[in-house]
Write a protein that binds this ligand. Structure first.
Ligand code: NAI
Length: 779
């Protein structure tokens, strides 16, 4: 080829990376690999083959972990945990720092191994995955260094079971292991069956870094090994993978008092407005959907392009696609590598071939034989089309058009997922207007697929819950130092229903800002501590739950009210309660048969003031990320929260649960104390006179055991909290798997509602989601 031809075609040759060192490592340490357990590689057991997807060649044999192997690893992690936590944050920081340095020193070996086994282009593993892994350990060495001073009152969960997928084998390992170790946990990690090698190499890095034996254990195997790990005696589960498996894990961990974070699938919108820099947006798409062959949970896999520019944009995009190079992952000059495994390839094929809608454009570039799939664009699909809704997890982009920004938001949010979004417009006003309106955990403005250890990553809706990265990522690896004492089931007082009522008030439910009769038309007699009838409490049923949820959904304007405004309303509720303090105190004393009523009312007023105070002080932070830009960690309300209120402090408990939730912009469906429901039905009179918009706080009375499962299963409820003295944790967590709603349950433990635990900052965390918004920034 002449120089002139090169300039004309811009074609360039291959630049293959040598696999020699990686193959030598496999041959030397393997080629039959056992688990890395208790600080050493174990003998291989029953094995399966792992292959290079680009060539089909067998690379190594990997042990299929049994339940006994998992048990041994958990035992090693358990034995090592107190010592590791006992080292203190600064001691742990030294080891994490050493790991970061070692990852850097062996970065090329890691990169080649990762590309050999996973099929991703070496350019990506070398320039993105491995540097991000090192960055993650450096950042978390820092978080460990500061741990003891910054996290008073919190401690490590204990032993973490961590399960990672095959698309970013080492990066997902780092996202899981670094924060776990920084907080003082020990771990058992199971890599995905198609990509175990870099995790096994990482075991040796831990040994070289002087990590004490048993702190990190790598158990290899398939989904069965993963399920055994979930079932084992661990304290926290962290999972990244498919939504289906995430749901199974939610069910399998229900009621076990475990910490759980799930990072699941996505169908992330990539929105191009007509005033975008189209060439940049096309280049961004190359990263969004062809990075790692589209096998990326946050891939910009749904292109939404404004109608007026759609034709021009698609033309530019097709021209760019045709220039992509697909081929040997170890060739530094290719753009798209191999699909991880023939099984994944056939999933992609089945999805694309199974549709008869739309027009398909396949990149004109040369596609090698074997486990490769051409970069593909499908246009002209309807919103309901399977390809528009389902995660394809391959190099396939689907596209649709929109007319106005608000239509773009509506289409973007028409999905069960909520992981990420990219917005492209030269008008930053448009982007900043749209970013808060998209249901997603991460939003990139004029960019895509940016990640950093200092910025949280994770989803909403069926993309899972919990964040990885940033302080919120570390949070997931800590639990409160004091967990609270066992809570005894509170029983309602009994008496003779025929006695005359001393207070004749018809208590109702409170739905949508109005008093509502219960759908079933039933009420329960409520007695005071001496057995005298004091009223009738409505018995709410599933229909009442549905009405209350509908009212709460309708009150979405509350999320958009200013924090100042929300604070004013909560202060006003406090004032109005204070004005009737004596009456409430007397009624509480009568209900509960004590003399604590005055203190309960006073504390409830104070609590309202506390959460009103917080309303405008928990908006978020700016995160220092190593790009020419910045990341905003915005605290957004979760949405509609169903909360089962404490039985033992009927007024204070309800207020303590309601106030932080609404202070952060959520709407709530509160199920009142079961034995003492009348405190709540009195309280709605206070709400009625306090300018709280109808539907923001809804109050139901009735059986916790009957109402909680309905709330937990409701698809329009985003989170369920339970502080009930009825043991509901398992039931709530199991049913919450339906739409993967967040849960916060007491696992049978009480809380001192009168003390600091009653206004724990944890309420703020549970009442909000972090949305990370990456914005261009000149500094
Ligand atoms: P998967 O969710 O089955 O696998 C992820 C990890 O979970 C692997 O380590 C696997 O061994 C483990 N696992 C499987 N079943 C388990 C169980 N019952 N209990 C505990 N662990 C279990 O994902 P798979 O089959 O590899 O891919 C299927 C689809 O999932 C893909 O086509 C893609 O759509 C999606 N996916 C999404 C990922 C993401 O990052 N969001 C990552 C991987 C896959």
């Amino acid at each position: 080829m002449t120089v002139r031809e090169i300039f004309e075609t811009m074609d360039y040759g291959t630049a293959p990376e040598s696999a020699t060192d990686a193959l030598a490592w496999i041959a030397g340490t393997g080629p039959r690999f056992g688990h890395f357990l208790g600080g050493a590689y174990r003998e291989a057991g029953e094995t399966f083959e792992t292959r290079n997807p680009a060539t089909g060649e067998v690379l190594a044999e990997i042990t299929q972990g049994t339940a006994e192997d998992v048990e041994a690893a958990v035992a090693a992690a358990r034995a090592a945990q107190p010592g590791w936590e006992g080292l203190g944050g600064k001691g742990r920081a030294r080891v994490l720092y050493a790991i970061a340095r070692l990852v850097q020193k062996h970065s090329r070996l890691f990169a080649v191994l990762e590309s050999l086994e996973g099929g991703k282009p070496i350019r990506e593993s070398r320039d993105i995955d491995i540097p991000l892994v090192a960055r993650h350990f450096y950042h978390h060495a820092g978080l460990a260094q500061l741990f003891d001073t910054e996290n008073a009152g919190r401690k490590a969960w204990g032993v973490c079971g961590q399960i990672v997928p095959w698309n970013f084998p080492l990066l997902m390992l780092a996202w899981k292991i670094a924060p776990a170790l920084a907080a003082g946990n020990t771990v058992v990690l199971k890599p995905a069956e198609w990509t175990s090698l870099t995790a096994l190499l990482f075991g040796d890095i831990c040994r070289q870094a002087g990590l004490p034996e048993g702190v990190v254990n790598i158990v290899t195997g398939d989904g069965e090994t993963g399920a055994a790990l979930v079932a084992s005696d661990i304290d926290k589960v962290a999972f990244t993978g498919s939504t289906d498996v995430g749901r199974k894990i939610r069910e399998a961990t229900a009621g076990r008092g475990l910490g759980l974070t799930l990072e699941l699938g996505g169908k992330s919108p990539y929105i191009v407005f007509e005033d975008a820099d189209l060439d940049s947006a096309v280049e961004g798409l190359v990263d969004a959907i062809w990075f790692n062959g589209g096998q990326v949970c946050c891939a910009g896999s749904r292109l939404l392009v404004q109608e007026g520019i759609a034709e021009a944009f698609h033309a530019k995009l097709k021209a760019r696609m045709d220039k992509l190079r697909v081929g040997d992952p170890l060739d530094k000059s290719i753009d798209v590598g191999a699909i991880v495994d023939p099984e994944q390839l056939s999933r992609i094929r089945a999805l694309v071939d199974g549709t008869d809608e739309g027009e398909i454009h396949r990149a004109a570039c040369e596609i090698p034989e074997g486990c490769f799939y051409p970069p593909t664009l499908v246009t002209g699909l309807s919103q309901a089309s399977r390809l528009m809704q389902e995660e394809i997890f391959g190099p396939v982009l689907v596209s649709t058009t929109f007319r106005t920004p608000s239509e773009a938001v509506q289409i973007a949010n028409d999905t069960r997922y909520g992981l990420a979004a990219s917005l492209w417009s030269e008008n930053i006003n448009t982007c900043l207007d749209i970013a808060p309106k998209i249901a997603a955990g991460v939003v990139w403005i004029n960019g895509t697929n940016m990640f950093d250890a200092a910025a949280g990553f994770g989803g909403v809706r069926e993309s899972g819950f919990g964040r990885e990265g940033g302080p919120e990522g570390l949070e997931a690896y800590m639990r409160p130092l004091h967990r609270g004492d066992a809570l005894e089931k509170a029983a309602a007082a009994t008496g003779e229903a025929t006695e005359p009522q001393s207070v004749d008030r018809t208590a109702k439910l409170y739905v949508g800002g109005k008093q509502a009769r219960p759908d079933g038309g039933y009420a329960r007699a409520v007695f005071d501590a001496r057995g005298t009838l004091i009223g009738q409490a409505p018995i709410g049923n599933r229909k009442d739950v549905r009405n209350a949820v509908e009212a709460a959904r309708g009150a979405s304007g509350w999320a958009g009210a200013t924090a100042h405004n929300r604070a004013q309303v909560i202060y006003y509720i406090g004032e109005n309660l204070a004005a009737r303090a004596e009456e409430f105190a007397a009624r509480l004393d009568r209900m509960k048969g004590g003399t604590d009523g005055k203190r309960e009312v006073e504390t409830a007023v104070d609590r309202l003031f506390t959460w009103a105070a917080w309303a405008d002080k928990f908006g978020g932070e700016v995160r220092s990320v190593p790009i020419r830009g910045t990341a905003l960690a915005m605290r957004e309300p979760v949405g509609v929260i169903g909360a089962i209120c404490p039985d033992e402090a009927p007024l204070l408990g309800l207020v303590s649960v309601m106030a932080p939730a609404i202070a952060m912009g959520n709407r709530v469906v509160l199920v009142a104390s079961e034995p003492h429901p009348l405190a709540a039905t009195d309280f709605y009179q206070i709400l009625d006179t306090s300018d709280l918009p109808g539907g923001v706080a809804n109050i139901l009375t009735g059986s916790h055991a009957e109402l909680a499962p309905v709330l937990a299963a409701h698809m329009d409820v985003e989170a369920v909290w339970s502080f009930s003295s009825t043991d509901l944790s398992a039931e709530i967590e199991r049913r919450a798997a339906g739409n993967l709603k967040r849960t916060w349950v007491n696992d049978g433990r009480g809380r001192d509602w009168f003390g600091p635990a009653g206004e724990d900052r944890a309420f703020l965390g549970h009442a909000t989601e972090v949305k990370t918004v990456w914005v261009p920034w000149g500094a």
